[in-house]
Design a protein around this ligand. Sequence first.
Ligand SMILES: [Zn+2]
Length: 182
Amino acid sequence: MRNPLIDAADTHELLLEGGPSVGGDGAGPGREAANELEGAVRDVLRDRGLRYSRPREAILAFMAEEPRHVSAESLYQSLRERGEDLSLSTVYLNLGVLVEAGLLREFKGAQGESLYDASVEPHDHLICRETGEVVDVPMPLVDGVALPDFLRDHVERVTGWTVDEVHLSLRGRPKRSGGEAN
Ligand SMILES: [Zn+2]
């Protein structure tokens, strides 16, 4: 299952391939593409029972552009640089709402800080302790079952408990060319 937002961003990109807008009246293809994206974001939000707002659109559009793992602070900085007029607390508030609605995923970075991910497909993260770099790790299948489901079933069988959540925590450091291991 793909994130509906990433589909919306793809549509946006296609529309932008229509060439440079002619005339400066603000009604060219660029404006249409922006309207198209706004419409797609409205649909996505409505499907999740959420109201449209400009900060929600800005956050979702930014997150859907490319694979990203961002903190609330860095997202706030990036949006401000794009000319969005919003506060850090607005960013925090809306990130919480979007995670709750299943449109973004929250996980913990190298220092235990919250990071946000537009990919809500099952995957885990390999995190560098030194630089905080985050790499997506697709979950392997064990006996045809995704690893977290396999673990849950296994643990439930041996303990008799009901497991509500499975979190895998992976820490490491990337191989550097010319560097030595320590
Ligand atoms: Zn990820």
